[in-house]
Design a protein around this ligand. Structure first.
Ligand SMILES: [Zn+2]
Length: 357
C-alpha cells in the first residue's frame, strides 16, 4: 500500500460537478412528474431535496477520504435500508426506492460524464497504490488513447451507489487489484480496508529481506536464495494484506529479482561512494552538527523528506524498506554515537541510492 494525493482538484472534475447538478435537477423534476407524490417515499424525497440544496452536492462529492466512513455511517443511520443492501451485496436493490434512485442517478446518469481519464492520470501514477507491484502506464504521451489504469470504487458502487462519483472514492489502480479475484466488490467498509488517499503511516506494513548465505551469494543465484517477508505493524493492515494477496504476490520471481537489484546496488554504493568519500562526508556532518538539534531536525525534514513521488515506482516501498535496513546495519558497523549524525547519514545514503534503483 502506498499513499496517493491530489495536490489540486482537477478542473475537469469541478466542471463535472456543475453539469451533474443540472442533470440531477432535471431528472428529479421528471421523476416527480412521472410519479404521484404519494408514490415517492419520504426517504427518497428527503435525500434529493437535501442534495439539490445550495452547495450540498459539491460538498458531498468532495467529502475527504477520511470522512467517507462517517458519511456511510450517517447515511445508514438515516436510511437503514441502505445498510441491509450494502451487507447483502446485491446490485438489484430489491424494493428500496431510495437505493434504486441512487443507483440510477449516481451510477448511470452521472457516470457517463465523469472525466475518467483525467482522474486516472492526474497525479502521474505509475504503480498501483494497493499492491505497489503492478506497473501502470498512461500512453497519452505517445499519442495513444489507451491507458492501462483502472478506476476502482474504493467503496463498491453495487453496495454503496451514492459514493460512486465521490472524488476520494475513485482510486486509480491496477487490473489485478481491481479484478474479481482480488478486491472487486468486497465490502471495504465492513472489512475496514485502508483507502490509499488516507494512508499516513506508510510503515504500518513493512518488507524484510532474508538472504541465505548472504556473504557468498552471487547475482544469478540471489533470487532463489532470498525470501521476502511482509509484516504488518498495525492491526488495520491485516485485511489489506489478505484482500490484495500481498504475501503471496511478493513471493513471485519478479519481486525477488527486484530485491536482488536493491541488494547489489547497495553493495556497489557502499564500496564506491560511501567508502571513498568518507573524509568529505565527515566534514559535511561536522559542519551540520555545530547547529543545534532543532535546526538539524528542520534540515532533515526539508532536504530528506520521502514523499509520495518516491513510492511511484513498482516495488518502491519494498526497495525502500530493504535499503533502510541495509543502511542501518552498515552504519552500526561504523559505531557512530551521535543520533543526528546517524539520522543524516541514513537519509543521505537513502536518497543517493533511490536515484540508482
Ligand atoms: Zn495492484
Amino acid at each position: 500500500m502506498i499513499p496517493i494525493e491530489y495536490k489540486k482538484i482537477p478542473d475537469e472534475y469541478l466542471e463535472f460537478i456543475e453539469e451533474f447538478k443540472k442533470k440531477i435537477n432535471d431528472w428529479w423534476e421528471k421523476y416527480k412528474n412521472d410519479n404521484s407524490s404519494s408514490n415517492i417515499d419520504k426517504n427518497t424525497k428527503f435525500f434529493f431535496r437535501y442534495i439539490l440544496k445550495k452547495e450540498n452536492l459539491k460538498d458531498f462529492l468532495l467529502t475527504e477520504a477520511d470522512k467517507l466512513p462517517n458519511l456511510i455511517e450517517c447515511m445508514e443511520k438515516h436510511f437503514p435500508e441502505l445498510k441491509k443492501i450494502r451487507k447483502k451485496g446485491t446490485s438489484k436493490g430489491g424494493d428500496s426506492q431510495l437505493y434504486n434512485c441512487l443507483k440510477k442517478v449516481f451510477c448511470d446518469l452521472g457516470y457517463k460524464n465523469l472525466p475518467i481519464n483525467n482522474l486516472k492520470i492526474s497525479f502521474g501514477i505509475r504503480a498501483c497504490p494497493y499492491c505497489n507491484a503492478e506497473a501502470l502506464h498512461s500512453q497519452m504521451e505517445l499519442g495513444e488513447k489507451d491507458i492501462d489504469i483502472e478506476l476502482d470504487h474504493f467503496y463498491p458502487k453495487s453496495r454503496i451507489p451514492y459514493l460512486a462519483l465521490c472524488l476520494y472514492n475513485l482510486v486509480p489502480c491496477g487490473h489485478y487489484c481491481n479484478g474479481q479475484y482480488c478486491k472487486h466488490d468486497k465490502d471495504s467498509y465492513e472489512l475496514k480496508l485502508i483507502n490509499p488517499f488516507t494512508l499516513e503511516d506508510v510503515d504500518g506494513m513493512k518488507f524484510e529481506l532474508d538472504v541465505k548465505d548472504a556473504g557468498c551469494v552471487d547475482y544469478d543465484g540471489f533470487p532463489s536464495s532470498c525470501k521476502i517477508i511482509v509484516k504488518e505493524n498495525r492491526e488495520e493492515f491485516k485485511a489489506n494484506l489478505e484482500v490484495f494477496h500481498i504475501k503471496h504476490r511478493y513471493n513471485h520471481i519478479e519481486a525477488r529479482e527486484q530485491a536482488r537489484d536493491v541488494w547489489f546496488t547497495f553493495q556497489k554504493l557502499c564500496k564506491h561512494e560511501y567508502e571513498e568519500e568518507e573524509e568529505k562526508r565527515v566534514e559535511f556532518y561536522n559542519d551540520l552538527l555545530k547547529k543545534d538539534d532543532l535546526d538539524i531536525k528542520g534540515y532533515i525534514d526539508r532536504e530528506f523528506k520521502i514523499d509520495c513521488s518516491h513510492y511511484n515506482k513498482i516495488y518502491s516501498k519494498m526497495s525502500l524498506d530493504f535499503l533502510k535496513e541495509l543502511i542501518r546495519t552498515r552504519i552500526k558497523e561504523d559505531k557512530l554515537s551521535n543520533k543526528n549524525t546517524i539520522e543524516l547519514l541514513e537519509n543521505f545514503l537513502l536518497l543517493r541510492l533511490l536515484t540508482l534503483i
